[in-house]
Design a protein around this ligand. Structure first.
Ligand code: IMP
Length: 183
């Protein structure tokens, strides 16, 4: 679905598909250089990271393993609850693996901070984060992503995997959700 297909549900288009794919290609070149000769394990965070995982994995000229975790932090609202629950755990053993968490967006960082601590305790050889989008957030704890696609304004965005109440994940780009949708 294109951004133009959802009419006035969006107030602004932030990123079109071409921009996202070009940036993912750039990030993939960094990852290839950093993991030359390795076979990293990409851990996608369901459901939002499905699109970015698919595009990053296919862009990489490296053998990679893919695994998935599902955690909940938001429910159906637009504010982080701070409560993280594992809904689906990994199938893989992380011991000695080079792990890259693939995330759609980093806002308060609560999800990634919790996830990083959780995965770190499983003994990976290394652990890094790729976040396609990053919002400015002063409250963010000391977790940061090594690979960031775009720094975006502090607004609620949807598309390219990101949802509002499970809608809009299949938009090809990213846009700012109109307040009349969630107020
Ligand atoms: P954090 O824990 O506040 O960093 O939020 C991380 C999670 O919240 C992401 O993985 C998303 O699922 C969700 N999220 C944060 N900001 C947005 C947004 O603007 N649109 C849709 N989902 C968001």
């Amino acid at each position: 679905m294109d951004l133009s297909d959802v009419g006035d549900d969006l107030t602004e288009v932030l990123l079109i598909e071409r921009q996202i794919l070009d940036r993912i290609a750039e990030l993939a070149r960094f990852i290839e250089a950093d993991y030359a000769g390795e076979r990293p394990l990409l851990v996608g965070v369901l459901k939002g990271a499905v699109m970015v995982m698919a595009d990053v994995a296919r862009e990489l000229r490296l053998h990679v393993d893919l695994d998935w975790m599902a955690v909940s932090s938001y429910g159906e609202g637009t504010q982080s609850s701070g409560v993280v629950r594992i809904l689906k755990d990994l199938d893989s053993d992380l011991t000695g693996r080079h792990v890259i968490i693939i995330e759609d967006i980093m806002d308060s960082g609560l999800t990634l901070s919790w996830l990083t601590a959780n995965l770190q305790s499983r003994g990976p050889a290394s652990l890094e984060i790729l976040a396609l989008l990053r919002k400015p957030n002063k409250a963010r704890p000391d977790v940061d992503a090594k690979y960031v696609g775009f720094d975006i304004p502090d607004a609620f965005v949807v598309g390219y995997g990101l949802d509002y109440a499970e809608k809009y994940r299949n938009l090809r780009g990213v846009g700012v959700l109109a307040p009349h949708i969630y107020q």
